[in-house]
Design a protein around this ligand. Sequence first.
Ligand code: UD1
Ligand code: CA
Length: 477
Amino acid sequence: MSDQVTAIVLAAGAGTRMRSRTAKVLHPIGGRSMIAHALLAVQQTGAGTVVAVVGHQRDQVSAEISAIDPSVVHAVQEEQRGTGHAVQVALDALGAVPTGTVLITYGDVPLLTGDTLSTLLREHRDAGRAVSVLTYRPLDPAGYGRIVRAEDGSVLAIREHRDASADELAITEVNSGILAVDAGFLDRAVRSLDAGNTQGEYYLTDIVGRAVQDGLPVGAHVLEDLWQTEGVNDRHQLARLGRALNDRLTRHWMDEGVTIVDPATTWIDSAVQLGQDVTLLPGTQLLGATVVADGATIGPDTTLRDVEVGPDAEVVRTHGSNAVIGAGTTVGPFAYLRPGTVTGTGAKIGTFVETKNTRLGDGAKAPHLSYLGDADIGEGTNIGAGTITANYDGVAKHRTSIGRHARTGSDNVFVAPVSIGDGAYTAAGTTVRDDVPPGALAVGGDRQRTMEGWVEARRPGSASAEAARRAQESTGE
Ligand code: UD1
Ligand code: CA
């Protein structure tokens, strides 16, 4: 038997119980669609050709499949006439009958691992079988196809729940639907299926009985991990499997040396990468392609999507996306890092600071209450509290450039485009409209005017006037 593997992924079903405008297999778990999980598991087996059977909402589904793996063959099943018919459609899309083994999986079984599929394929080949079924024993076997075995334990058939006798319904071992099948046998068997059952469908599962009739070897691999074969039909299952996947991922990262104070409130997407001695505090969500380097601390209550966090950085109560946080940089509490935020080493983005398309050099600090958009801030520069870069003139965005080791005052507005030189200072309350050369001090705004006795003259008898009178008495004025 050849080592070649062709994989068929069934994803034509309607997913009615999801009650969604989005196709069922496109719903995400762990930050990627269910169909993406299914395709990645299949890819890990080294399958040469992958065929996806699409039907309902096929434009959406096909677009996602092509984005994940452009080499996947798309087979359109116009009408869902059963799993056997779906496989027939897949084989037709290939043109020629494949050689070797065909692996059959599903787009809505997201926790199945590539390792499990590889084990099934290995057993299938080593035992020289025509059909190998992946089976398991769920807590409640209702609804599933039952694995009918002979006295000696050999597999005889798969009986669908609705076609099963009372004795067969008592069987607790069920069909996961996942199969490894000799390609030549499969091609013959699916073409000879009939729909003479209670559902009037072409059952793929009937190929097991057919192989037994033909005297071909059939076997089963019983899986202990019940999550792996669980499919998603509704949003309850989606949430349960999402939780199960997250448990898997948090356990994995703890094994790798990450401290997770509260795994129940920590969510980590599948593609996230974490270094050693990372600490994740409660309420942390690490999403997309986020990468956290060794020794960094994230949380509590922080969401990062596609963010790169450098070693030993600290990110507290922060929401960030598409940002790069340098080594040893501190962020938050209550910071909002928008796309294009990049910091150097040992920088600081402090409390109630929003950044967008902004670079902070090594050791640069923006500690308090600021909006920094479209800005370049040089190394060692300190941004005063309450600074706004006025980057938008109502039509276009402009950049603010602030040099190295500058000291900008509290409550500055930088009206972009504007540039502040290295080592320059700006005074508190300045609206900076003109460029400031290196080493200069820019002071803006009107001089303060103080009108003595104004309150007594204009607000006589008020609490303020009374307070002022007492203050003047006590200082003897
Ligand atoms: C199927 C199995 C059953 C097994 C169960 C595990 C058959 C006849 N029965 O039952 O033994 O215990 O899965 O969940 O195979 N699909 C298509 N085109 C079709 C029909 C189905 O692509 O024409 C896809 C669906 O999108 C779905 C999967 O195949 O992802 C399973 O189909 P479904 O009709 O739900 O089969 P079950 O009745 O659950
Ligand atoms: Ca099903």
